[in-house]
Design a protein around this ligand. Structure first.
Ligand SMILES: *Cc1c(COP(=O)(O)O)cnc(C)c1O
Length: 366
């Protein structure tokens, strides 16, 4: 039985007529950069996330970059984040001229360990960027408490977590700013690049909207230096269709995860730990295992796809050499990069396929 890691076509064929109708409407209008479909999606997103403002942007990376710019973070500033994340989380901090400062993760949840944050705070620290890795929200209660005490801004990197909740609150809605990605492989994916920034803060929201279009207002008059961070109208239309189904898809992923969890219970295979107060959307279903690379090769030979997110922590990437970190600085993150493997989890998979993958994984350790 072949089981691929992700099959975007399986979702597209199911919703094709509804999606193509939305796409055609935008094509007919020829309103292409921002526009009514983006505005509609933003309105729906504020209701979904429980936030006052939602701003559609060009990508998840640009959501982070724009947030940092709007917060006025730049040269001389430090931003604390996790070394176990996608590159953009720290890359954008460097791009605004600030310094990424890493704090190690919890070995069980893979999220930034709140107990490791406070020791990293200096006079230069301006913000914390927790990342909700693989669709599970970082421990925001503790993080917000630390941030408030030290007057730091919290920017949630919720790129992998739209629809995840913690104590009933939506990912992205708990910190000062929340950033989402609609890259096609995310749980809610656009037809290309897209992202979103949410906030409840009036002043930040106004800056974010202005800086999305070069800081321009009125036309050809520039109040501040922004960029071109516009969302395509087409993406707004596609995302409006998909948002209606997001909770249903996320639940299907949780059902799939539950099958894996029961199969792996009490075995050598350790799934990402989900905390009591969290509902994960399983952007990835990730296990930690010994002999990870051999397991991946074995699965591949049996026609089963898998992924390594991520093979190298950020603090020892070549591009961050100047930050002065070395191997051994963040043992939990480093250990994860050598032992994590993500298994197929997308919503169109059948229970039989999930059971087949789970059985094949366990077979390898017999
Ligand atoms: C996908 C992702 C991003 C970047 O989003 P893009 O839309 O690809 O630019 C940022 N952070 C995390 C954690 C991500 O997974």
């Amino acid at each position: 039985m072949q089981v691929v890691m992700l099959d975007l076509k399986a979702q597209f064929v199911k919703y094709k007529s509804e999606l193509m109708r939305a796409v055609e409407e935008v094509c007919n209008s020829q309103i292409l950069c921002l526009g009514p479909a983006v505005e509609r999606f933003e309105k729906e997103a504020t209701a979904y996330c429980g936030c006052k403002y939602a701003t559609g942007v060009s990508s998840g990376t640009d959501a982070l970059l724009l947030s940092l710019m709007a917060a006025g973070i730049g040269p001389g500033d430090e931003v604390i984040t996790t070394p176990f994340t996608f590159f953009a989380t720290a890359g954008t901090v460097s791009r605004v001229g600030a310094k990424p400062v890493f704090a190690d993760v919890d070995a069980g949840t893979f999220n930034i360990d709140p107990a490791k944050i406070e020791a990293k705070i200096t006079k230069k620290t301006r913000a914390i960027i927790p990342v909700h890795i693989f669709g599970q929200i970082a421990q925001m209660g503790l993080i917000m408490e630390i941030a408030r005490r030290h007057k730091l801004l919290v920017i949630e990197d919720a790129a992998q977590a739209m629809g995840a909740t913690q104590d009933g609150k939506q990912a992205g809605s708990i910190g000062d700013i929340g950033c989402y990605s609609f890259y096609p492989t995310k749980n809610i994916g656009a037809f290309g690049d897209a992202g979103m920034v949410v906030t409840n803060n009036d002043a930040l929201a106004e800056k974010i909207r202005l800086m999305r279009v070069h800081g321009e207002n009125p036309r050809y008059y520039y109040r501040m230096i922004g960029g071109n961070f516009r969302m395509d109208n087409l993406q707004g239309a596609v995302l409006s269709v998909k948002l209606k189904y997001l909770d249903e898809w996320n639940k299907k992923r949780r059902d799939n995860a539950a099958i894996y969890n029961s199969m792996f219970a009490g075995t050598i295979v350790k799934p990402q730990k989900i905390e009591q107060n969290n509902v994960s959307i399983y952007h990835q279903y990730t296990i930690t295992v010994p002999k990870r690379d051999m397991l991946q090769a074995y699965l591949s030979k049996q026609g089963i796809g898998s992924g390594i997110f991520y093979p190298q922590p950020l603090h020892i990437q070549d591009c961050f050499k100047g930050l002065g970190y070395k191997k051994g600085d963040f043992p939990a993150a480093e250990e994860l990069t050598e032992s994590v493997l993500s298994l197929p989890i997308y919503q169109e998979l059948t229970p039989e396929q999930i059971e087949h993958v789970g059985k094949t994984v366990l077979e390898f350790y017999k």
